[in-house]
Design a binder for this molecule. Structure first.
Ligand SMILES: C[S@@+](CC[C@H](N)C(=O)[O-])C[C@H]1O[C@@H](n2cnc3c(N)ncnc32)[C@H](O)[C@@H]1O
Length: 302
């Protein structure tokens, strides 16, 4: 365990193996219309279209959120999932079986993808680039396994500025909630101390597995240096992130089930409205660097 603090790849395996069984619940991941729309919208926002692509590979698939929902949305016909964490690959393949989707999978490091050259029409990832020590090496591997003219889409990684305000807001919300609920009249809103301690330990390990935040322009230069063409980074979520991070942190800081369905609907609908504001108003007047999420796409030259 000690070694994990110095080895980000080992930390990633331990942390994500530990998270695999509860990951979908923690991040409110589902395989229904809500997440199908979310995944296809993210894909379309950066790539400009939605395929369909014959065979796609996902790097850092986690439980399969991105690839499985894109398959259900008709963007991808056949899928291969990979992740550094064996626990995550197992859950992703189980989710695929439950959904009746044609998916195979392997445990794999994105810096050394265990597939032949020119194998895939599309390579995707969601919230994975910021965990990979050598992003340019992974991008070179993506170029190698793509067929000529094939596309890659990586979505959902944090920008430098977005990560700064999201972390600060999260820390402030956690501190406020865990201190205010010490008041005797609010004890039923306080999670048991051992659960709070476990969350704090997880947050400390998170600092070891989260290796990068990105400037959109630098990320484009990295992709081009790896050989990609038609490279384009887009950013999303500003007001939605300023709302969403404190909300998610608050939800994690109070006992499970305390907030109920009404709260979940309030949080989701508010996030939807703010995302609309970000996309249709703020994105037109503010620089892309201030938004929270960055996505990048590009192609392998023909
Ligand atoms: C934040 S999770 C995202 C999972 C999933 N893509 C999603 O959006 O729900 C990041 C995933 O990347 C995986 N990962 C971390 N480093 C990796 C690497 N070097 N190669 C492949 N996968 C990696 C982790 O094990 C984890 O499952």
């Amino acid at each position: 365990m000690e070694a994990a603090w110095k080895d980000p790849k080992l930390a990633n395996v331990l942390y994500h193996d530990w998270e695999a069984g509860t990951y979908d619940e923690k991040w409110s991941i589902s395989y229904d219309e809500r997440c199908i729309t979310y995944a296809t919208d993210r894909f379309r926002a950066v790539s400009g279209g939605v395929g369909p692509y014959e065979h796609a590979l996902e790097l850092g698939c986690g439980t399969g959120f991105f690839l499985l929902n894109l398959m259900q949305g008709g963007v991808i016909k056949k899928g291969s999932v990979t992740d550094l964490s064996p626990g995550m690959v197992e859950v992703a393949l189980r989710n695929a079986v439950n959904l009746g989707l044609p998916v195979d999978g392997r445990v794999a490091d994105a810096e050394r993808i265990p597939y032949d050259d020119n194998s895939f029409d599309l390579v995707i990832g969601h919230a994975v680039l910021h965990h990979i020590p050598d992003v340019e090496a992974a991008m070179r591997e993506v170029q190698r396994v793509l067929k000529p003219g094939g596309r890659f889409v990586f979505a959902g990684d944090p920008t430098n500025i977005g990560n700064f305000y999201a972390r600060k807001l999260g820390q402030l919300t956690w501190w406020l909630t865990t201190n205010v609920t010490k008041a005797p009249v609010l004890t039923e809103w306080r999670r048991p101390q051992e659960e709070l301690d476990e969350s704090s330990r997880a947050a400390a390990l998170e600092a070891v597995v989260d290796l990068h935040t990105f400037d959109p322009g630098d990320l484009e230069r990295t992709a081009r240096a790896a050989g990609a063409r038609e490279v384009r980074a887009v950013t999303e979520e500003l007001s939605a992130a300023l709302f969403g991070w404190p909300v998610r942190t608050f939800e994690a800081a109070v006992p499970k089930g305390k907030l109920g369905f009404g709260w979940a609907m309030f949080a989701y609908r508010s996030w939807q409205r703010l995302s609309w504001l970000d996309e249709n108003v703020l994105a037109k007047v503010l620089p892309r660097e201030v938004f929270y999420n960055v996505s990048i796409t590009g192609r392998k030259p023909l």
